[in-house]
Design a protein around this ligand. Structure first.
Ligand SMILES: *Cc1c(COP(=O)(O)O)cnc(C)c1O
Length: 394
C-alpha cells in the first residue's frame, strides 16, 4: 500500500537545483559585482577574470588556472595542450557525461571506454590496466558526482606506462583527495592537467557558461594560454592552431562572489547528504553513496565528497517506476546516466565486449539522483526520503 504524504502547504517547492534560492541570498553582492563590470565595459579578459583566476589558484593550491568558455572546451584544450595526436588512445570511464568522450573523438584520438567501480562509480583501476596498449597516451578519470577517482593508483599506473592524466573535475570542485599516507590535495590538482565546468548547476556555477583548466606545469600552462586565444603568444603571431575559448568578465564577477562561499556551499550539500543517508540507513534495497575508500567509514563532515549529485542504487526495484512516483509527488529527480557511453550510437566500437562493462550496464538500471543543492531543508528531505522508502517497500 502506498501512503500518500501530505505536503504541508508551507513546504518550499522541491527543485533538483535551487539557483534562485541561492541567488536571493547573495543578490546584493552579485549585483554589485556584475554592475561594476558593466560600468567598466571590460567584458573580455578584464581585471575581473584575472582576479578570479588568482583567487581560484589560491583556493585550489595550484600554480595555474586558465579560464575558458566551458568545461567541454577545457577538456579539449587540455588534450590539445598535451600534444595528443590522432590515433593516440585515451582511456576514460564508460559511466560519465558524454562531454568526456566527445572531445577525445573530436580530436581524432581513440577513446577507450572502460568499466567503473560499483561502490564509488568511478573508473575502475584494474580495467584501466587491462586497457593499456602501446598506443595508450592518456587516462581521463572523471571525479563523478563529487568524489575523486582513485588518483593514487591512477598516477602510479600513469608513471609506470608514461601516460598523461587529465582529471575531469567538472563535478568535484572543492573536494579534497586523501592519499593513503594522509596527505591531502584538492580535486583537479593531482594529474598533469585538469578541467572544470562552471555550468550554473555545478558546485561552483556561474550565470551562463564557463570553465577552466588547472595545471602545476609552467610550460603546459603557457602552451594552453596560447591555445585558448587562437594559438597566439605574441599578438597576431599564430604559432599553433588554437581556439577561441574565453570566460567573460560578467561570469568571472559572479564566480568571484560564489568562490568565497564554495566551502559553505559544499558543506550544505554534505549536510543534505548526511540527512539522506540517515533516513535511508537500514533500508536493504537502497545503497547510499560511498565516501572515499581511504577515508574513514564515518567521515560524515569531511570534504572527500562534495555531492554534485546524491546518487542511490536501488535494488530489486523498478527504478523507472520510482522516478515516475517521485515526479507524481512533486519530487524532481535525475537518472545520471541512463545509457552507457559504449552503447551510444556515436561511440559504439566493435572492439568493445559487453562482458567488460558489467558494472556500468548494471548501474544504468539502478541509479537515481535525488534533489541536491545548497538550499534543501529538513522538511523537504523528510518528504523526499519517506516517499522513496514508501515506494520501495510497497
Ligand atoms: C558538466 C560536465 C562537463 C562539461 O561541462 P560544460 O561546461 O557543460 O561544457 C564535462 N564533464 C563532466 C563530467 C560534466 O559533468
Amino acid at each position: 500500500m502506498k501512503t500518500n504524504f501530505v505536503i504541508s502547504s508551507d513546504m518550499k517547492k522541491i527543485q533538483m537545483v535551487d539557483l534562485k534560492g541561492q541567488y536571493n541570498k547573495i543578490k546584493q553582492d552579485v549585483d554589485n559585482s556584475v554592475l561594476e563590470v558593466l560600468d567598466s565595459t571590460a567584458f573580455i579578459n578584464g581585471p575581473r577574470v584575472h582576479g578570479f583566476q588568482k583567487n581560484l589558484e589560491n583556493y585550489l593550491g595550484v600554480k595555474h588556472v586558465i579560464p575558458c568558455a566551458n568545461g567541454t572546451d577545457a577538456l579539449q584544450i587540455a588534450m590539445m595542450g598535451l600534444g595528443l595526436e590522432p590515433g593516440d588512445e585515451v582511456i576514460t570511464a564508460d559511466f560519465t557525461f558524454a562531454a568526456t568522450v566527445e572531445v577525445i573523438a573530436l580530436l581524432r584520438l581513440t577513446p577507450v571506454l572502460v568499466d567503473v567501480d560499483p561502490v564509488t562509480f568511478n573508473i575502475d583501476v584494474e580495467a584501466i590496466k587491462n586497457a593499456i596498449t602501446p598506443k595508450t597516451k592518456a587516462i581521463v578519470p572523471v571525479h563523478l558526482f563529487g568524489m575523486c577517482a582513485n588518483m593514487e593508483a591512477i598516477m602510479q599506473i600513469a608513471e609506470q606506462h608514461n601516460l598523461f592524466v587529465i582529471e575531469d573535475n567538472a563535478q568535484a570542485i572543492g573536494a579534497t583527495y586523501r592519499y593513503s599516507d594522509g596527505r591531502k590535495a584538492k580535486a583537479g590538482t593531482i594529474g598533469h592537467v585538469a578541467s572544470t565546468s562552471f555550468f550554473p548547476s555545478k558546485n561552483l556555477g556561474c550565470y551562463g557558461d564557463g570553465g577552466a583548466i588547472f595545471t602545476n606545469d609552467d610550460d603546459l600552462a603557457h602552451t594552453i594560454r596560447g591555445i585558448v586565444n587562437h594559438g597566439m603568444y605574441v599578438r597576431y603571431h599564430h604559432d599553433v592552431v588554437g581556439v577561441n575559448s574565453r570566460l567573460d568578465s560578467v561570469q568571472a564577477a559572479v564566480l568571484d562572489i560564489k568562490l568565497k562561499r564554495l566551502d559553505e556551499y559544499n558543506a550544505a550539500r554534505q549536510k543534505a547528504a548526511n540527512a539522506y543517508n540517515k533516513a535511508f540507513s537500514g533500508q536493504d534495497h537502497i545503497i547510499t553513496p560511498s565516501r572515499q575508500k581511504s577515508c574513514s567509514e564515518v567521515c560524515e563532515n569531511c570534504d572527500c565528497h562534495v555531492f554534485h549529485q546524491y546518487t542511490l542504487r536501488v535494488l530489486n526495484t523498478d527504478r523507472d517506476a520510482l522516478v515516475k512516483h517521485l515526479n507524481d509527488n512533486g519530487i524532481p529527480c535525475g537518472v545520471y546516466y541512463p545509457i552507457p557511453l559504449h552503447l551510444q550510437k556515436a561511440y559504439m566500437d566493435e572492439r568493445y565486449n559487453e562482458a567488460d562493462f558489467k558494472i556500468t550496464n548494471q548501474l544504468v538500471k539502478e541509479v537515481i539522483s535525488l534533489p541536491m543543492h545548497t538550499e534543501l531543508d529538513d522538511e523537504q528531505i523528510t518528504f523526499i526520503t519517506s516517499t522513496v522508502i514508501n515506494f520501495i517497500n510497497s
